[in-house]
Design a protein around this ligand. Structure first.
Ligand code: ADP
Ligand code: MG
Length: 552
């Protein structure tokens, strides 16, 4: 489990802001941002600190003044945030970097400099691993998904469907994927996609992105592990959201419609973040009503600019209630949140980058963005390495063997074999003892091959002898041994399928290896079927029986 990381970047004042000498209201530190409310400051009877609000984040970047010592350039952001995303991808996690903020606050500016995966591949390249990079680029415009890289194959105007794969998560049906062999190819495709994006002039930004854009890198690493071909596939989502702004009644109908749809998905995104944050707080049960109120204010800010909610999802049901049940998370209320399901609360390591303007003219939007971002910090994701299931099983088995070895080492001196590297070695490297395997409990001083736990197991309990495939149980007088429910007092031959009980707690199923081989079963001599977790007695090629039971 990993919390969503939240970073904030403050852009430099725009030319217009410089020209009109708009005051700057932000004080940016490495991990916090203080914002001044100039209107409140002017009030005569305002309390001394009531005009300043402070927010803490994982990282804050000031790009206000290029000459300042703490100036954060594109390179700084790439080195810190971009590299975190790429590191996660190289390990095999899905990763997402989401830029959120008011129109003209620097989302697109920051995101377009992000991909740099090829330079990393060059530096990280191992000769044993091969890499494949495929990219896709889409926009969500007026709640419809369009392929920005479809070229002439698919008309850019046709909308694509969002579907959900039970294991791989949400995906867009028919979205083109482009294999990119070199770094220059990726840059070319990004430029092509950006040129195809829907932009328009708004009152804050002449070329505002009117759509949400998701640039996805499908990154496959293939190599050999345990002599098995293994693929680790990770998906990197770089998301440039459209900015929200108040609908200007002087704009044409298309612009107002666009704004409504942008706000609808941003409100849904807010609802999703809110529900997830509330759920994670429920599980940690450290909620303060102050947080909830702050967040409710924020949603109200956004909603005041948005059309009436169409989903019937009431605000109070999201942020106002306190219940012991987890909230419903309304992913399906917008295309954007459906596609970002894995990035928010799912299988991905996610960074939210909030971009803001430093000027007083953007006070309310900046406040809203900061509250949004502060809330996103409490979302908990569940990233996992997307590795081959076979390789995972082998690794887990190895870990289990290591655990058993540790148990054996700590449980006393009755371990005869030196700790082998794996089961196959364990079977092949053991000493030959003429097919005789001694079994007893660990308290005695007898040299035993298999040590079982008392009570009801004698110090030297019995011997299992294997001569050319004929296996005989030789009980020590007085020890509790039975085959198929019949007590055994004298040497007795065991047949394929017999149930052997030693003491009161150990029950084994006996497979004759010769017959097992004939029926193509693995050469398991005695399968331990009663103790939990189940264990095995296995027969090595030199006829010794080896106990692999976890709780012997
Ligand atoms: P958004 O995508 O949030 O609507 P843009 O990224 O298009 O905003 O940025 C708006 C304008 O501000 C652009 O002209 C861009 O060059 C400028 N800008 C944004 N952030 C920065 C920055 N950190 N440094 C310099 N210029 C910036
Ligand atoms: Mg933009």
């Amino acid at each position: 489990m990993a919390n969503v990381k939240v970073a904030v970047r403050v852009r430099p004042p725009s030319q217009k802001e410089v020209r009109t000498a708009v005051p700057l209201i932000l004080d940016v530190k490495e991990k916090s941002i203080a914002i001044r409310n100039l209107k409140q400051q002017r009030l005569k009877f305002a309390a001394p600190n009531s005009s300043v609000a402070e927010f803490a984040f994982d990282r804050c970047y000031s790009s206000i003044d290029p000459n300042a010592p703490d100036y954060a350039s594109q390179e700084t952001l790439f080195n810190e945030l971009g590299n975190q995303v790429l590191d996660a991808a190289f390990i095999g996690f899905n990763a997402s970097l989401l830029a959120y903020g008011q129109t003209g606050s620097g989302k697109t500016y920051t995101m377009v400099g992000t991909p740099g995966i090829f330079s990393r591949i060059k530096s990280e390249c191992k000769s044993s691993t091969s890499y494949k990079v495929e990219i896709s680029f889409l926009e969500i415009y007026n709640e419809q998904v369009r392929d920005l890289l479809a070229g002439r194959v698919q008309k850019r105007t046709s909308a694509l469907r969002v579907r959900e794969h039970p294991k791989k998560g949400p995906y867009v049906q028919g979205l083109s994927r482009h294999v990119v062999p070199t770094c220059s190819h990726i840059a070319e495709l990004i430029e092509q996609g950006i040129a195809n994006r829907t932009t328009a002039a708004t009152y804050v930004h002449d070329a505002s992105s009117r759509s949400h854009a998701i640039f996805t890198i499908h990154f496959t690493q293939a190599n050999l592990q345990e002599n098995l071909p293994c693929e680790v596939i990770s998906k990197l989502n770089l998301v440039d959201l459209a900015g929200s702004e108040r609908a200007d009644p002087n704009f044409c109908r298309t612009r107002i419609m666009e704004g409504a749809n942008i706000n609808r998905s941003l409100v849904t995104l807010g609802n999703v973040i809110s529900a997830l944050a509330e759920n994670s707080m429920l599980s940690t049960s450290c909620v303060g009503s102050q947080h909830v109120n702050l967040w409710r204010d924020n949603i109200s800010d956004t909603i005041s600019q948005a059309p009436p909610a169409t989903s019937g999802y009431s605000l109070s049901s999201i942020s106002g209630r306190r219940s012991s049940h987890p909230c419903y998370v309304p992913y399906r209320d917008s295309v954007l949140t459906r596609l970002l399901k894995d990035s928010l609360g799912g299988n991905a390591k996610t960074i939210v980058l909030a971009t803001i303007s430093p000027s007083s003219s953007s006070f309310s939007e900046t406040m809203s963005t900061l509250r949004y971002a502060a809330r996103a910090k409490s979302i908990v994701n569940r990233p996992r390495v997307n590795e081959d299931p076979n390789v995972r099983i082998i690794r887990e088995l190895r870990q289990e063997v290591e655990r058993l070895k540790d148990l054996l080492r700590n449980s006393g001196p009755k371990v005869l074999n030196p700790p082998p590297n794996n089961l196959i070695e364990m079977l092949h490297n053991s000493d030959t003892k003429d097919g005789k395997t001694t079994i007893g409990c660990s308290q005695g001083s007898v040299d035993l091959d298999i040590v079982l736990e008392p009570p009801s197991i004698e110090e030297f309990h019995c011997t299992v002898e294997n001569q050319a495939g004929v296996v005989t149980l030789i009980p020590k007088p007085g020890s509790m041994c039975s085959i198929n429910g019949r007590p055994i007092l004298h040497p007795c031959q065991m047949n394929h399928g017999d149930i052997l009980v030693l003491g009161e707690n150990y029950t084994f199923h006996f497979n004759n290896p010769v017959e097992a081989k004939k029926s193509r079963n693995p050469p398991i001599l005695l399968q331990h079927i009663q103790k939990n977790p189940p264990g095995f007695l296995e027969l090595s090629e030199d006829s010794r029986v080896i106990d692999l039971s976890p709780n012997r």
